[in-house]
Write a protein of this length. Structure first.
Length: 78
């Protein structure tokens, strides 16, 4: 069997995450601003990012994406 025929046959597991956000908006006569707290991956699922071969341990390793990630946002509107 030719090893090249197996290239790109592996598939990563399905990607799944839940996000939640809260927005507080302040309106004025000619402008407004909002503050947002966005929490990405609320359920802290470790989604697979990639597989790679590690020659030091002679095995395939897995890298994972971030767990819970808070994101703060300020938005000014004129």
């Amino acid at each position: 069997m030719d090893i090249n025929s197996e290239a790109f046959t592996q598939k990563l597991p399905d990607y799944f995450r839940w996000d939640a956000s809260v927005l507080v908006k302040f309106n004025f006569n000619k402008w407004a601003f909002g503050i947002t707290l966005d929490v990405q991956n609320v359920i802290n699922r470790k989604n697979v990012n990639s597989y790679f071969y590690d020659p030091y341990i002679n095995d395939i390793r897995t890298t994972y994406m971030f767990g819970i990630m808070p994101v703060f946002n300020f938005k000014f509107e004129f």
